[in-house]
Structure formats: structure tokens, C-alpha cells
Design a protein around this ligand. Structure first.
Ligand code: DCP
Ligand code: MG
Ligand code: MG
Length: 370
């Protein structure tokens, strides 16, 4: 049997939230655009979700505080916008539908990112794959006015690194025989999954680049990082990865739990935590395209027993405010009935309903009208 090399694409939209804002208001294009999530604690408390490339020239980055971004952009004609997650989600849904149509197998990874296995579609031909990628970029540009960057490679690891290689509006093709060489000079943390902790351990072994990692004894890597990660690191560094592109199976719930700075018996003292949890949870759930019909609150008491209360509604509950008010009401009920001191508090949403990919009645009617 002849082994056919796979042809995997990774598509990632450029400065996604900020680019969506530019599409909605093209006058923003030449100005620094910073999209923020405000914490609700007033003023500029909160974080930057992303910024356009104009703002990035001033050092603005995802995850930094709004205060810091404002300092970097002092005296510059910059725009700070509140994140409109529902709008980005809607754009994402439409882009994903376009991408899905080009793949043999399609895997949505995040709101702006997907893997496409296109091996059969291009009959294993990398030239053909490049043409297909240009066509995809073209369609997304034409239909949604958005640019994206695409990486093509023999596996997910290479495709992902390639899509990040030239940004924005990039296209990087890495043929199977070029894979190991393509990544050899890069820092180890360019490998997906290598975070600060792994990087530090590797650094202590004198491993700085992916090429250094590729030359390590695989047994040694396994003894340090365990079978799964050790093997992954060794193979990935050598340009190999067999992880299949797979359609996402749907999650059934999302939850988040926090440890209180001080144990408490009152809803008032827990409210700030509930607020933080709900903000986080809501951003996560809605960025993945879900609404939910059930909300649960769970607590760990100072005696380490667990308690929970939940509520299920007939129709999906949407919006951060709804999530927060239901959570607080549930916690109030729990505290009143159990008379406990709580140490940790969490919120769980379940009975998920997919918003993305679901046609509205209007879309359904117009798509079947002809
Ligand atoms: N995001 C966020 N908080 C972060 C990182 C990202 O809310 N710490 C959101 C905003 C981004 C979106 O996710 O627009 C996609 O993340 P990417 O990492 O793909 O970053 P961008 O698309 O913004 O920029 P790039 O051009 O580098 O892909
Ligand atoms: Mg992106
Ligand atoms: Mg992304």
C-alpha cells in the first residue's frame, strides 16, 4: 500500500474581533482599534481581547489590561470598543459554514480558527491545495470582507505553525519533505502545547529551538514529560503528528469554580465572585455558539462538603445578566436552606442549545424561497 501524505489546512482569521469592527465601520481601518471586555467594576477595569495591527505596532496585545493599552496609545487617535460577542459569533458562524464546504473533514477549533483535511479534495497535491487556499481566502474576503491566514502542511501541528507564520493575510505552504526543516530554527514554544512550564524545563536541558528538541533522545523526553507528552514533543519537533482532523463532538456543559479569599455565609460577600464567574463563563459559552436551558450553582463548604442547586427553563436562557441573576438567586436559596459557610463557589450551565449553525426561521424561508 502506498502511504498518501495528508494535506491539512489551518485557517485563522486575522485580528478577528477588531476586524469584525472594521467591517461594520470601515472608517476605523487606519486607526488603532482595541476591543475590550470591561470587568464591570467601573472605569477602565478589564482586559483587551484583541487589537488591530495598527494598535499592535504600539505594543497592544490580547490579554493586557485596558489601562495599560490606553497608556501605550496615549496621544494617539485610537478607538476602544466594548466586545460584541454575539456579533462576532454570528460572523464566525457564517465563515465556518464557508470553510466547511471546502473540507473532506472539518474541525472548528475556536471562534476564528479551523482545521480542514483536504487530502481527497486535492488528491494529495500541494499545488492544488495552494490554489484551493487562495480560493478560500478569496471567498471569505468577497463575502465577509475579512482576511485570514492559512497554513498548509502534512499534519495539524505543521499547518497550525504555518498559518501563524505570515500574518495578516498570509498563505504558507509546507510540503511534507520540508516540514522538519521549516520548524527547526523556531523557538520551542512555537510548538502547539508548549507553554511556559514546558519551555522552562526544556530550557534547563539546553533545548531552545525545535531543532534542538528534535535531536533529543525520545526515551529521555518520555522519562521527563511522560509517555504522551514526551512522544508528542519528539515527533512534533521532527515534523510528525498523526492527530486526525475530527468533527467536534458537542460539549454537554460548561462550568467554572472559584475559591473565595475568605469563607462566607452571605450572598452579598459572594456576589463579586459570582459576577466574575458568570462573565467568564458567559464569554466562553457564547464564543462557542451556545445558549443554555439549565443553570446550576455549586459550593464547597468550609467542612469540604459539596452542595448544589439548579434550575431548568423551557426556553434557552441567554445573556450574561440572566445568567448572573439566576445564579445569585440559586445561591441565595442554597445559603438560606443549608446554613453553611462556603469556601468555593461555582456555576454550571447545561442543556446546551447550539446557536451557531442553526438557521433562523427567516434564513430558512429565504434559503428555500427559489
Ligand atoms: N481572544 C480573547 N482573549 C485572548 C485571545 C483572543 O478574547 N486572550 C479573542 C479575540 C480574538 C479571537 O479570540 O480576536 C481570536 O484569537 P486569535 O488568537 O486568533 O487572535 P486574533 O484573531 O485577534 O489575531 P491574529 O491576527 O493574531 O489571529
Ligand atoms: Mg485570529
Ligand atoms: Mg485564533
Amino acid at each position: 500500500m502506498v502511504m498518501v501524505e495528508r494535506v491539512i489546512m489551518e485557517v485563522d482569521l486575522d485580528y478577528f474581533y477588531a476586524q469584525c469592527e472594521e467591517v461594520r465601520n470601515p472608517a476605523l481601518k487606519d486607526r488603532p482599534v482595541v476591543v475590550c471586555i470591561y470587568s464591570g467594576r467601573g472605569g477602565d477595569s478589564g482586559a483587551v481581547t484583541t487589537a488591530n495591527y495598527v494598535a499592535r505596532r504600539y505594543g497592544v496585545r490580547s490579554g493586557m489590561s485596558i489601562v495599560r493599552a490606553k497608556r501605550l496609545l496615549q496621544g494617539v487617535d485610537a478607538v476602544f470598543l466594548k466586545a460584541d460577542l454575539d456579533y462576532y459569533d454570528e460572523v464566525s458562524r457564517r465563515v465556518m459554514n464557508i470553510l466547511r464546504g471546502y473540507a473532506d473533514v472539518f474541525e472548528e477549533v475556536s471562534v476564528d480558527e479551523a482545521y480542514l483535511d483536504t487530502t481527497d479534495r486535492v488528491r494529495g497535491d500541494y499545488e492544488e491545495a495552494k490554489r484551493l487556499a487562495l480560493k478560500i481566502k478569496d471567498e471569505i474576503k468577497r463575502v465577509e470582507k475579512l482576511t485570514c491566514s492559512i497554513g498548509i502542511g502534512p499534519n495539524k501541528v505543521i499547518a497550525k505553525i504555518a498559518s501563524d507564520y505570515q500574518k495578516p493575510d498570509g498563505l504558507t505552504v509546507v510540503r511534507p519533505e520540508e516540514a522538519a526543516g521549516f520548524i527547526a530554527k523556531m523557538d520551542v514554544d512555537k510548538l502547539p502545547g508548549v507553554g511556559a512550564k514546558t519551555k522552562k524545563l526544556l530550557d534547563e536541558m539546553g533545548v531552545k529551538t525545535i531543532g534542538d528538541l528534535a535531536k533529543q533522545d525520545p526515551q529521555k523526553l518520555v522519562s521527563i514529560f511522560g509517555m504522551k507528552i514526551g512522544n508528542y514533543l519528539y515527533n512534533a519537533a521532527n515534523g510528525r503528528d498523526d492527530e486526525p482532523v475530527k468533527e467536534r463532538t458537542e460539549p454537554t456543559q460548561f462550568s467554572r469554580i472559584i475559591t473565595l479569599k475568605q469563607d462566607t455565609q452571605t450572598v452579598n460577600e459572594a456576589e463579586g465572585y459570582i459576577d466574575e464567574i458568570c462573565r467568564d463563563l458567559y464569554a466562553k459559552v457564547s464564543s462557542q455558539g451556545y445558549a443554555f436551558k439549565s443553570v446550576g450553582v455549586f459550593c464547597v463548604s468550609d467542612a469540604l462538603s459539596t452542595y448544589s442547586r439548579s434550575e431548568t427553563y423551557e426556553h434557552p436562557l441567554d445573556g450574561y445578566n440572566n445568567l448572573k441573576s439566576v445564579s445569585i438567586a440559586l445561591l441565595a436559596r442554597l445559603l438560606e436552606e443549608e446554613k453553611i459557610k462556603i469556601r468555593r463557589v461555582g456555576v454550571r450551565v447545561s442543556d446546551l442549545v447550539k446557536k451557531r449553525g442553526q438557521k433562523t426561521l427567516y434564513e430558512y424561508l429565504t434559503s428555500t424561497a427559489e
